[in-house]
Design a protein around this ligand. Structure first.
Ligand code: ZN
Length: 168
């Protein structure tokens, strides 16, 4: 997708997540929106650095880069939420655009995409971007609701179970 659609997607996801996390309204919600949307927007701009450096849709459009940004806050205590921008950028390229991304680069050069999506310069690219943004926020709302409702409480014990089964 083109830069404008990535920016629109990231800003809307940031606003939506802030509102979902702090649905109280007022200053607390405004703060949450700012705190989340700025790093998400910055993250969404990272992958397309490979339009000027390296191979486009490969060098900065892969899972190792995403893992790096997910791990960064745990290691250095900053850059929280930037990974969300990377994820939404990948989703928009994979689901919204005809061309895929090289998820396993530098191991594999192959680009993976869903058999849906439109060319980046298509007149409906904005509409597709808004539809994907809506789906992302619906998923985020479901996950946040699930966390509140305790849907994921069994995951740590499942991880423990797998670890003891593997003897690690
Ligand atoms: Zn891209």
């Amino acid at each position: 997708m083109n830069k404008r659609d990535h920016v629109m997607n990231a800003v809307l996801v940031g606003i939506g997540l802030g509102a979902l996390v702090e649905p109280t309204g007022g200053e607390t919600m405004a703060e949450a929106i700012l705190m989340i949307s700025v790093p998400v927007l910055l993250g969404a701009l990272v992958p397309d650095i490979d339009t000027v450096m390296g191979d486009h849709r490969k060098t900065f459009h892969n899972l190792p880069l995403l893992v790096g940004f997910v791990a960064f806050p745990y290691t250095f205590g900053n850059l929280q939420y930037v990974w969300i921008g990377i994820v939404t950028h990948y989703v928009l390229d994979v689901a919204g655009n005809t061309r895929g991304i090289a998820l396993f680069y530098p191991l594999l050069d192959r680009e993976y995409g869903l058999p849906i999506g439109v060319p980046a310069n298509s007149r409906v690219a904005d509409v597709v971007t808004l539809l994907i943004t809506g789906a992302e926020l619906a998923l985020a709302a479901a996950i946040l609701h699930g966390m509140d409702a305790g849907w994921f409480q069994s995951i740590p014990s499942a991880v423990d179970g797998v670890q003891s089964a593997l003897g690690v």
